[in-house]
Design a protein around this ligand. Structure first.
Ligand SMILES: [Ca+2]
Ligand SMILES: [Ca+2]
Ligand SMILES: [Ca+2]
Length: 272
């Protein structure tokens, strides 16, 4: 009987996996449009923002999202002591295009990311994984992203496993995963003291500082994204170039710190 239960568990796990979405990303491209460098504080350890894999798995009532980076996830700021989720510096945004219809869905990325989605790749759902607990995350969404609130999904649980963060989201707010949908994973750094318009995102300046990324622009025009998916998300080396090319499509306005236009990015469609 025990053996039978084990076999059934394996079969069920295998079936769930087959229903999942697996997306890969090359190593060494954790530099946004190709030029970004990490803050100087030792908390931002090498590889911490280098996306390597993202998987979404149907778990019945929930969708499990597992995001992996190139180095072990650490918790230098002891997030559990302030109601957090067991890690400190990373933050992940998973955008989903459920209809693949030009012009349908939200075009703008969430506040502080400084990206917009291509017409054919607009998003219907955004899942957020932050070191901040549900209370703080929800209050930030209410304060800074209220108009998208019904399409933003926050996790019911978050845990750390080695180089991965695993979060569960209510399936009722997402729907059944499909390979026909588009997916994009944006890697940011959680900023506990964000600008009043930024949804917990850390800024990128021309020069890096203790808690600022460098290699960008001091004005608010550059994409605040360290790593993302590109191409077919198979982890091929050329996907780094695809990412850099997309994230370079922003324009700054030398006369206006808030001016210019944001970079346009695309989703990845696992079904081709
Ligand atoms: Ca990467
Ligand atoms: Ca759409
Ligand atoms: Ca990438």
């Amino acid at each position: 009987m025990k053996t039978l239960l084990v076999i059934m568990a394996v079969v069920i796990a295998g079936a769930a996996h087959a229903d999942g979405i697996e997306l890969k990303d090359p190593k060494g491209d954790d530099k946004g449009p190709g030029t970004y460098i990490y803050p100087t504080d030792t908390a931002y350890s090498r590889g911490a923002f280098d996306l390597t894999k993202a998987s979404l798995t149907d778990k019945g009532d929930s969708v499990e999202v597992k995001i992996s980076v190139a180095s072990r996830i650490k918790d230098p700021w002891r997030s559990k002591t302030w109601g957090g989720n067991g890690f400190s510096v990373q933050m992940f945004f998973i955008f989903i295009d459920t209809d693949r219809k030009a012009g349908s869905g939200h075009k703008a990325g969430l506040p502080g990311l400084n990206v917009k989605f291509a017409e054919g790749s607009r998003w219907e759902k955004a899942l957020i994984i932050s070191p901040q607990g549900t209370k703080r995350l929800t209050s930030e969404i209410n304060a800074k992203a209220k108009k998208w609130k019904k399409d933003i999904v926050v996790p019911t649980s978050v845990s750390v496993r080695g180089k991965s963060v695993v979060a569960r989201f209510p399936k009722s707010q997402i729907g059944s995963l499909s390979k026909a949908w588009g997916y994009q994973v944006l890697v940011q750094s959680n900023e506990g003291y964000p600008d009043k318009t930024d949804l917990l995102t850390r800024r990128v300046n021309e020069f890096n500082g203790q808690h600022r990324f460098g290699g960008g622009n001091d004005y608010n025009c550059d994409p605040h994204v360290l790593d993302m998916l590109a191409g077919q998300a198979k982890g091929a080396a050329g996907e780094a170039t695809g990412q850099f090319t997309q994230l370079k499509t922003y324009k700054c306005d030398d006369d206006n710190p808030e001016g210019g236009s944001h970079a346009t990015i695309k989703m990845v469609y696992p079904g081709g």
